[in-house]
Design a protein. Structure first.
Length: 159
């Protein structure tokens, strides 16, 4: 597990008009609704899934600081309770910063925090998506597809 990076995947499009295989892939990734995000390792299995759903999501490499903010602001426990530093200390004996550091180094997983949901619900981005909208690839001025480390900017606008 050397040099494995974490990638954030954000669902851009909703349910209507999607093929069954694409819907199944969304279910496997726990991306149930529009504006939901997941953070996964950059493994070949996820790469195949991204190819299948590339016309409905955007993704890129997430940095440690953005992941820490995502946990603090958008981490949820059952019953829509927010994830707190105190809960993390009790259950995992760690802080947000330390957990984020270990998670980004692929030493810990989200499921090691008991009750933490595997996805993050986000708001629509402040100042909207890119100029060409949600039907155009990122490389052509739209939203969809791979956006390298620019995913961090989008995630911060959506928190």
């Amino acid at each position: 597990m050397t040099d494995l990076q974490r990638i954030a995947i954000i669902r851009i499009k909703g349910k209507p008009g999607l093929k069954k295989t694409v819907k199944d892939t969304f279910d496997m990734l726990k991306l149930y609704k529009k504006n939901n995000a997941v953070v996964v390792s950059n493994a070949p299995t996820y790469a195949g899934m991204l190819v299948k759903i590339q016309d409905a999501v955007t993704w890129g490499e997430i940095d440690e600081e953005t992941f820490k903010l995502l946990l603090e602001k958008r981490g949820k426990l059952p019953g829509k309770a927010p994830l707190t530093e105190q809960y993390l200390k009790e259950k995992c004996n760690t802080s947000f910063a330390q957990f984020a550091k270990e998670f980004m180094a692929c030493k810990k997983e989200l499921k090691e925090v008991p009750g933490l949901k595997g996805f993050f619900r986000l708001n629509p981005p402040i100042h909207g998506f890119e100029r060409k909208g949600i039907k155009t690839p990122y490389s052509m001025g739209g939203v969809l597809g791979y956006r390298k480390d620019k995913i961090n900017e989008l995630l911060r606008r959506m928190m």
